[in-house]
Ligand binder design. Structure first.
Ligand SMILES: [Zn+2]
Length: 273
């Protein structure tokens, strides 16, 4: 999507070998799940973090038995807890099966109890980061490192869902929350580690603000449908990307509405306020 064009730097990688344990930082490894796609890049990163209380698995990924076996083996056969950053299938559908296989509790997402901001799981600190979805959390894993789920990704901009599932204003606030913490390493739900997160997150905030201004400038005195606006922004958008682009456009328009800069009529069309 064209948000990518406004980005200073991207973090991409060749397709990793599925099922293989990739050590990315001290006590932190990932195994990439075999669910590549236009929304998931090479697949979901399942993170394994060693803590004083044992191995915590973050985002077990899709329901794939081979992936679950690889994760359990990567954890040395013992999983202390399974944490889900948010209730999207590519992050959590495999959680119940891994929980049974490893006899471990699930926390967060739609299968486990909600994770409260600033609470801890085996010493890892939960940071509420609503925006992509309203239930989204990140995990501060110590030594200035963050597990970021779909909140911050290097390969592509996050799809911010429209209300009630997500919120562009909440997303921007959550980006600023993370930006202020000056992390040295950000580990995402898809794609490689982000090794210079501070300027990268700054770029994400600026890109969203530019996009808000750009879409505001496209509104006029006449009503325009979201389909029309979508066509004007993303000319010849590939069909698989259309639902995500519609969500982001809706979330952006809703943020303009909150600012008193846009109005929506009963048909769901928009004009300048
Ligand atoms: Zn997601």
């Amino acid at each position: 999507m064209s948000e990518l064009n406004t980005r200073a730097r991207r973090y991409t990688e060749d397709a990793p070998e599925y099922g293989r344990l990739l050590r990315e930082s001290r006590g932190v490894a990932r195994i990439v799940a075999p669910n590549p796609g236009p929304m998931t890049y090479h697949g979901t990163n399942t993170w394994l973090v060693e803590t004083d209380e044992g191995c915590v698995v973050i985002d077990p990924g899709p329901d794939d038995p081979a992936h679950q076996r690889a994760v359990l083996a990567g954890a040395g056969g013992q999983v202390r807890a399974i944490v889900v950053t948010h209730g999207h299938a590519d992050h959590e559908r495999g959680a119940p099966a891994l929980a049974r296989l490893a006899d471990a509790p699930i926390l967060g997402g739609s299968h486990g109890p909600a994770l409260v901001d600033q609470s801890t799981v085996c010493g890892l600190r939960v940071i509420a980061t609503p925006g992509h979805t309203m239930d989204h959390i990140c995990l501060d894993i110590g030594e200035n490192r963050l597990i970021a789920g779909d909140h911050i990704m290097g390969w592509s901009s996050s799809v911010v869902m429209r209300a009630p599932h997500g919120s562009m204003d909440a997303y921007l606030t959550s980006l600023k929350t993370i930006h202020e913490k000056h992390y040295a390493l950000v580990l995402s739900g898809h794609g490689p580690p982000i090794t210079e997160p501070h300027p990268f997150i700054e770029g994400l905030i600026r890109a969203r603000q530019r996009r808000l201004a750009q879409i505001h400038a496209m509104l006029g005195p006449d009503w325009q449908s979201e389909a029309t606006l979508l066509e004007r922004i993303y000319k010849n958008l590939a069909a698989p990307l259309r639902p995500a682009a519609t969500e982001v456009l809706g979330a952006t328009l809703e943020a303009l509405q909150t600012r008193g800069q846009a109005v929506r009529n009963a048909d769901g069309a928009w004009r300048k306020a």
